[in-house]
Design a protein around this ligand. Sequence first.
Ligand SMILES: *[C@@H]1O[C@H](CO)[C@@H](O)[C@H](O)[C@H]1NC(C)=O
Ligand SMILES: *[C@@H]1O[C@H](CO)[C@@H](O)[C@H](O)[C@H]1NC(C)=O
Ligand SMILES: *[C@@H]1O[C@H](CO)[C@@H](O)[C@H](O)[C@H]1NC(C)=O
Length: 315
Amino acid sequence: MINKRTLHRVAVFVSVASTICILLFCQTSTRSFLTDSCVCNCAMDSEDLLWFSQRYKPSANVTLNTKNSRLDWQTYWWWRSLQNESTVANYNKVVEVLLSLFPDKEHYSDSSPSRCRTCAVVGNSGNLNGSHYGPLIDSQDFVIRMNEGPTDGFEQDVGSKTTHRVIYPESAVDMDETTHLILLPFKILDLQWLISIFTTRHIDLTYMYVKPSIKADRNKVMILHPAFMKYIYESWLQSHGQYPSTGFISLIFALHICDEVSVFGFGPSKEGAWHHYFEDFGMDSNGGPHDGDFEGKVISKLHQKHRITMYKGWW
Ligand SMILES: *[C@@H]1O[C@H](CO)[C@@H](O)[C@H](O)[C@H]1NC(C)=O
Ligand SMILES: *[C@@H]1O[C@H](CO)[C@@H](O)[C@H](O)[C@H]1NC(C)=O
Ligand SMILES: *[C@@H]1O[C@H](CO)[C@@H](O)[C@H](O)[C@H]1NC(C)=O
């Protein structure tokens, strides 16, 4: 039954397949050979490295845990001045309750030279509209989104996976069981709100109405450290603006927990318009408490220096 031609085909197939296997194997073994010193972000020259190391503090406390929750007074007062609170609870007491409710650990302290964790940071810019970045975003290990940025109905352009979502009470939305809620606290009431949404659900007002409860997995909650915000403000923004934007904080957060960072949905659209991909009306590029221009310059520098890859949409 088996004729010569079939045999020949099988032979060709086997040899092609084994060549491919060998090539793949070589690639992997060369890669793991190189990994001892560097897998990701290997392209920096010494000048770039200097610029980066003047800003990046690898020892920064990124999230709150019982070991690092005390704030020195400069950090406390800097943080307390971000948003006015009329009634102020005791920070240490609130944090004690907080850390008894949520996982108390050092998240992602498993960094090693051979690890190559890839992350997508997905902002909410209208430049995502029509970008077809969805599959590229979903192929990253972590996908970090912020505030209300939806995926339903926008999968082609923004993807469907969300491993982390950075929010504060005024921007909170429901999350599914695969998503880590990351609280970006601007005031003590924000910490109390986080306790409340998982317990008494009695807080529905900050300086505006906030959701008294949201859907989220309590065991996946993480709280950004006030000292982390101050470090970003001073070290990365050289104190420009009043405090860093959620987008900028999320990007630096990614630099600390990931080895390769791809950035999507930051900046204006192709037409120079500032709006969200999920709504038509405009947003302000540079208003409010943030220095959008300065943040934009730092982000461009990070791209030039190969620490992040910026995806700006198709143009
Ligand atoms: C992180 O927190 C610990 C404990 O509070 C503190 O000793 C340490 O100095 C902090 N790290 C940095 C870089 O501030
Ligand atoms: C805080 O309150 C003071 C005085 O009431 C006001 O001048 C300032 O603009 C407020 N700051 C913020 C961030 O709302
Ligand atoms: C997104 O693009 C489509 C077509 O390209 C357009 O119809 C729609 O209005 C755009 N949406 C926004 C929010 O710009």
